[in-house]
Design a binder for this molecule. Structure first.
Ligand code: SAH
Length: 223
C-alpha cells in the first residue's frame, strides 16, 4: 500500500532504513569488514521477503519464507560473511539458498558463488529473484547440501545456513587448505562454528550462540 502511494520515495525510505540497520544492528555489534558492510548496504533485504513482510525487512530478526524456512537475521548474515574473510577473488559455496539473501551478499564479496537448496521450489524462486536483481556469477543446485557440490571443489569458503547435528564431512573435504567453513552446529541450542582447514586438520573456533532451522535429510517434493 505504502509503495503505491509513495512510489520512488518508498524505495528511498527503504534505503534509509537499510543504512540505519547497518549502523544500529551490525556495526554496533562489532562487524567491521568494509567489504561486508558495503555488500549489506547494496543488497536490498526487502527484495527477498514476501510482500506482507516488506515493511519489516530491516528489523533485527529472521523472517518467515515459504516451506517453514526463514531468511536469516541481517546481523547474522553480516557476521557469517565476515567470518568467511572474502577479499573478492574467491570461490564460495553456500548450503541452504532459502530466499537467496545471503547468496546475494556472497555474490558481492566473492568471484564465484555456488549455492545448494534442498527444496526445488525455493531454489527456483531464489534463482529467478537473483536473476531479476542482476546478481550474476551465481550457480544453483537443488539437492542435499550435506554432500556439498564436489564438481566445483575445492572452495575458499563454505557457509551453511541451516543447523547440522553433526558436521557433514563432505564439506571440509571440499575446502582448500586455508579455507574457512562457517556452520551452525547442534540441535536446539546451537553454536556458530568457524572451522579453518590446515594441513594438519581442522581448527575449530566457537563464535556465539545462534538459532537456525535444521539441515534436513530429505523433503517431500510438493505439498
Ligand atoms: N540463506 C538463507 C537461509 C535460509 S534458511 C537466507 O538468507 O534466506 C535455511 C535453508 O536451508 C532453507 O531454505 C532450507 O530449505 C535449506 N536446507 C535445509 N536442509 C538442507 C539441505 N540438506 N541441503 C540444502 N539446503 C537445505
Amino acid at each position: 500500500m505504502f509503495k503505491e502511494i509513495l512510489g520512488k520515495k518508498y524505495d528511498e525510505y527503504l534505503g534509509f532504513i537499510r543504512r540505519q540497520m547497518i549502523k544500529d544492528q551490525i556495526v554496533a555489534r562489532g562487524v567491521k569488514d568494509p567489504l561486508v558492510l558495503a555488500a549489506m548496504e547494496k543488497v536490498c533485504r526487502h527484495c527477498f521477503v514476501t510482500e506482507d513482510m516488506v515493511s519489516r525487512a530491516y528489523e533485527d530478526y529472521p523472517l518467515p519464507i515459504a516451506r517453514e524456512q526463514t531468511i536469516s537475521q541481517p546481523y547474522i548474515v553480516a557476521l557469517m560473511s565476515e567470518l568467511l574473510a572474502l577479499k573478492g577473488g574467491e570461490r564460495v559455496l553456500e548450503i541452504g539458498t532459502g530466499s537467496g539473501y545471503q547468496t546475494a551478499v556472497l555474490a558481492e564479496l566473492a568471484a564465484e558463488t555456488y549455492t545448494v537448496e534442498i527444496f526445488p521450489d525455493l531454489a527456483e524462486l531464489a534463482r529467478a529473484r537473483l536473476e531479476k536483481l542482476g546478481c550474476g556469477k551465481i550457480k544453483f543446485k537443488t539437492g542435499d547440501g550435506a554432500e556439498g557440490w564436489a564438481e566445483h571443489a575445492p572452495y575458499d569458503a563454505i557457509i551453511v545456513t541451516c543447523a547440522a547435528k553433526e558436521l557433514p564431512l563432505a564439506l571440509p573435504a571440499q575446502l582448500k587448505i586455508g579455507g574457512r567453513l562457517v556452520i551452525p552446529a547442534g540441535e536446539g541450542a546451537q553454536e556458530l562454528k568457524l572451522l579453518t582447514k590446515t594441513a594438519a586438520g581442522l581448527e575449530e573456533k566457537t563464535i556465539c550462540a545462534v538459532r537456525f532451522v535444521p539441515l534436513l535429510k530429505s523433503v517431500k517434493s510438493e505439498q
